[in-house]
Design a protein around this ligand. Sequence first.
Ligand SMILES: Cc1ncc(COP(=O)(O)O)c(C=O)c1O
Length: 426
Amino acid sequence: MPFTANRQFKKSPRMFVAAKDMHYTTSDGRQVLDGTAGLWCVNAGHARPRIVEAIAKQAAELDYAPAFQMGHPKAFELANRLVDLTPDGLDHVLFTNSGSESVETALKVALAYQKVIGQGSRTRLIGRERGYHGVNFGGISVGGIVANRKMFGTLLTGVDHMPHTHNIKQNAFSRGEPEHGVDLADELERIVTLHDASTIAAVIVEPVAGSTGVLIPPPGYLKRLRDITKKHGILLIFDEVITGYGRLGTPFGADYFGVTPDIMVTAKGLTNGVIPMGAVMVSKEIHDAFMTGPEHLIEFFHGYTYSGNPVASAAGLATLETYKEEGLLSRGAELAKAWEDGLHSLKGLPHVIDIRNIGLVGAIELQPIEGAPTKRAFSAFLKAYEQGVLIRTTGDIIALSPPLIISESQIDQIVSTLAGILKTLE
Ligand SMILES: Cc1ncc(COP(=O)(O)O)c(C=O)c1O
């Protein structure tokens, strides 16, 4: 099983057999409130009729069309809708099947772009400590989670990492963006000085690092990365696999922070998690740079059998329609205050060393048990599941990201369940 304690699971399986709106049903017939939108992806809640119907209809009408040298209308329609939704300056879309594939696609676009514009010496990629960019080789190379990297050899060469922005000492219990740390962006200048700008193709960061425990950037940090990358001809890639599609109360993290990257990586909420699909948005400048040479030749040697799959495209269109009809891409902003107040009410409970929140994302960081890191948070996860709330843990951090349809009373349920659990944890 993926990212699972296999032996523990098999001794005591946790199985979901159905889901509707905010709840899962377990194999023993219990309702579990979804505090994590599945894996940060079911932003509109479960089994939404418009999406279910679109998938069924599309599978009956056109189940598959070859992705290479052929097209079908829904992929183009979805690409156009995405271009309308993303910030100005992101004008073209490449489809993938996951966040990991979107990351690989973005990194390859960046390297190839530098080559086609005559900057072929720019081969270096810069990521960030504690970054998560999926599990493929490019993604783990630019990513900064040790456990995901250490077993897999030398990874991509020519990669460097900026420091992460997590700073409990100065920023613990910040509400929203933490005050300290904007100068950490200047580490990029140091890295540019070390390697020289002429060797660097792109910088990739998550606007808010999610999987590593909800690390929120200080005000001005992303803008500073934008200024430094622009100054040195380096592409800026935002990995918005978690922050995309309403998670922060805006369509994308780029909107929330007012910073537009050259390339945006998305997946998860694009299809509400129902059908695997990712999308990478690029600027017109990047797209146009490839559109040269004889017209019968392929311009970019990359793609997947299922890129822009018709059923996935139909699911994506129905998902965007659902978000629009129900105002879900801004609902996180409406609920952010109640969410923040609820989470921060847990301050002072045993083991809690930090609480963080932004939009409809939250994290509660626990003091690890000496000599047994992750055990305390995992035990909170198991207890919450028994008590009817699905949470996620990463290290000793509880991460929360409910569907954007959550009600205030359901926020209260998550908070009161956690309060009870924190009081009983070893
Ligand atoms: C920021 C980020 N990038 C990439 C990925 C990888 O996505 P996937 O699991 O769909 O490959 C994730 C998954 O959580 C993510 O959070």
